[in-house]
Design a binder for this molecule. Sequence first.
Ligand code: FES
Length: 72
Amino acid sequence: MDDKLLCRCFMVTKGDVIRAVENGAASVNDVERQTRLGFSCHACRETARKFIMEKLSERDEKELKKHKSTDK
Ligand code: FES
């Protein structure tokens, strides 16, 4: 798992974000609520939000491909 730190205030890693997304987080705010990422100094927010959006998008694309392949 990726242990690169995204949020120093709450020690949230990329792996924590990936886990939240894999466990069904519905949005950036949902990931932030689950991990507490960005709830203090906000220094991490811009970078972290880009990463979260990237992971949500990757998950959604995978889901879409899965649905398309089962629709045939
Ligand atoms: S580094 Fe994330 S809230 Fe401070």
